[in-house]
Design a binder for this molecule. Sequence first.
Ligand code: CMP
Length: 149
Amino acid sequence: MSIESTLVLVKPDGLKRRLTGEIIQRLERKGLNIVAMKMLKLTKEQAEVHYSVHKGKPFFPGLVEFITSDPLIAMVVKGHSAISVVRNLVGATDGAKASPGTIRGDFAITIDKSVIHASDSVESFEHECPIYFSTDEILDFSYGDEELF
Ligand code: CMP
């Protein structure tokens, strides 16, 4: 079993639409552990670092403006194959194409207001996580119910 960590954001649109509880519930019920969580307003500089892989693409300025427009919820989510498991819960980037039952399939209908972000690889997690959390904010915590999943 491969235990991984992934960065999850409830983006400003998801937060303002009061979807934070729904998203946390889906992560928890899947058997994933939340080991860090905070609400913050991202700076332009932080957003440009997070999304540096997209720099130069036509949607980059709008993405930075959108992600910094209002507060968001950041979480570190840990568990068995957490990166791919969370990506599958999230669904395809374009809400119009995301499968029903996924978070974007159920709550998003465009590609830019995508409700949630989740790291797509270990390398992405290692790039993104320090933007949001210092190492001492990530808890060595287990829910203690792992044998039930
Ligand atoms: P996210 O998973 O946070 O990673 C990059 C984000 O860019 C993505 O979610 C989308 O919400 C956003 N985005 C906006 N426009 C596009 C686009 N044309 N192609 C891909 N991503 C886009």
